[in-house]
Write a protein that binds this ligand. Structure first.
Ligand code: XMP
Length: 317
């Protein structure tokens, strides 16, 4: 198959898939878990073009999304594309279940299981025959590596009888992005860095608290804003902040403070199995440090993680 590298080839793919999707789906309903990541967003935009309001996009806000993400999903899909979007505010449900849970794998299990439960509730609201759209891409089929393991919504109970719709399954990531551009999705959605299913939950180490989670979200927003301003967005493979569950002594406005550190992480990789650290310019690190310590409540230090993978993993949990 020819690789999709140009807008013209993307358009040909889109036209072909629209016809195939209409033939498969007929007048049925299609359910889609729309996280706002590249694959689910491109899938949603394609399905909106093919079957319009027969598509039901479910965006679950589990409280572990980055700053501005739920708002952007609503703006792009509901306001601009006029898609049928169900927004589920499940923030309290998830965060209440996670209270006191410190083990990283246990946190992942709780987040994954609760996600299926919320999605299942929406799935049961669809009567009649149903289709389930999944943003499977070719590398997911080649090797079911760690990146997607918590994204998919396999695991729905057997009594729900959905036929799978997977129009992106023969595309590589870069091809999905070209298709996304051709479908009119904004650049910051199409060229978005990978984001794990458990989201900010694995960057608020140990037992998650709401105030420390906000420190992760706010510091991450500052890091992303500064990387975008300085031309690093789309160049560095993955970058984020971590707020560990310990405090250290500092001084703010002449007064002793006892607050969290923020750890910055910025790495490059081909396949996420090994990774190198991005040599972020020192003056930019200093600038980000100033902003985070001034703007993020509860934080008095900023550290840059210099550890490649191995020996570190990319995430801290
Ligand atoms: P690690 O930390 O294992 O991360 O070096 C490698 C890549 O996988 C992502 N990652 C996850 N993605 N669910 C996901 O969907 C997860 O539980 C998960 N854990 C790590 C991580 O962001 C990095 O891109």
């Amino acid at each position: 198959m020819e690789r999709i590298e140009t807008p013209a080839l993307a358009q040909a793919f889109i036209d072909e898939q629209i016809a195939a999707l209409r033939a498969q789906i007929g007048s049925g309903k299609v359910l889609l878990a729309l996280s706002g990541g590249v694959d689910s967003s491109v899938l949603a935009a394609l399905l909106v073009k093919a079957v319009g309001k027969q598509l039901v996009c479910v965006h679950v806000n589990h409280g572990l999304l980055r700053k501005g993400e739920p708002e952007q999903v609503i703006q792009v899909f509901r306001d601009e594309m006029d898609a049928n979007l169900v927004y589920v505010d499940a923030v309290d449900r998830f965060l209440d279940k996670l209270v006191g849970v410190a083990d990283p794998e246990q946190k992942r299990k709780i987040i994954g299981a609760e996600f299926i439960r919320v999605f299942e509730e929406e799935a049961r609201k669809l009567d009649g025959n149903g289709f389930l759209a999944q943003g499977t891409i070719y590398p997911d089929i080649l090797e079911s590596g760690p990146v997607k393991s918590h994204h998919n919504v396999g695991g729905l109970p057997d009594d729900l009888n959905f036929e799978l719709v997977e129009p992106l399954k023969f595309l590589f990531k870069d091809e999905v992005r070209v298709v996304g551009k051709a479908l009119g999705l904004p650049d910051n959605m199409v060229y978005r860095q990978p984001f794990p299913g458990p989201g900010l939950g694995v960057r608020c180490t140990g037992a998650i608290t709401r105030d420390r989670l906000e420190a992760v979200r706010e510091s991450d927003a500052i890091l992303r804003e500064e990387f975008a301003k300085h031309g690093l967005e789309g160049k560095v493979w993955q970058y984020f902040t971590v707020v560990p569950d310990f405090k250290s002594t500092g001084v703010k406005d002449g007064v002793r403070s006892y607050e969290w550190p923020v750890i910055l992480r910025a790495v490059n990789t081909r396949d996420a199995m090994t990774a190198t650290v991005e040599p972020v310019p020192f003056d930019l690190l200093e600038h980000i440090t100033k902003r985070i310590t001034a703007e993020v409540p509860g934080v008095n230090r900023v550290l840059y993680d210099l550890t490649p993978k191995p020996t570190g993993t990319i995430e801290w949990e």
